[in-house]
Design a protein around this ligand. Structure first.
Ligand code: ZN
Length: 179
């Protein structure tokens, strides 16, 4: 693996069992195996143009995700954040307020959903050098973190919509909200 060329891995799609498992805690963050997985995740999310990706989306059973927020048509005020690797992430507390907003997912193509999420969360995670970080995220960053954390717990955003009528086809979503 060490000298293998880096290429994007396939992203598994809704229905794949990897998306329905509780992912395993990462025990040895600085191992060659885990570092190689992180490199492949970085390549894969960049190629896919996503704002985040979780290891189970590549059928990898590890509690790792990447957040790489950037502006988009739905979130013009989203912060530009360099790709940030988060290992064994947890939400330690959250505010009371929840807000519904649109989400999509690389593993759920062509569907958008209105998903309620906490507006403010306190989190803890480890980086790839095994340093522990705490952070407070609000708004779009809090939304991405909750979406990706769900992937580590066998959930996708379609499990979080309050009502199936909050699911739209992507083409209809564009027609109504973007064009
Ligand atoms: Zn997703």
């Amino acid at each position: 693996m060490e000298n293998a060329p880096l290429h994007a891995l396939p992203i598994v799609q809704l229905g794949h069992q990897a998306l329905r498992k509780i992912a395993a805690v990462v025990e040895d963050i600085q191992s060659r195996e885990v570092q190689a997985i992180i490199e492949q995740m970085l390549v894969t999310v960049k190629k896919a143009g996503g704002v985040g990706i979780a290891a189970p989306q590549m059928a990898i059973d590890k509690r790792i995700f990447i957040v790489c927020s950037k502006k988009n048509e739905r979130y013009p005020d989203a912060p530009d954040m360099p790709a940030t690797v988060m290992i064994n992430p947890e939400i330690t507390s959250h505010g009371d307020e929840m807000k519904k907003d649109w989400e999509g997912c690389l593993s759920v193509p062509s569907i958008r959903g209105l998903v309620p999420r906490y507006q403010e969360i306190n989190v803890v995670y480890h980086d790839r050098e095994n340093n522990k970080h705490t952070a407070i995220y609000t708004g779009f960053l809090a939304r991405i973190f909750q979406h990706e954390l769900d992937h580590l717990n066998g959930l996708t955003f379609v499990d979080r919509v309050e009502n199936t009528q909050d699911l739209y086809s992507e083409s209809e979503w564009y027609r109504q909200f973007v064009e």
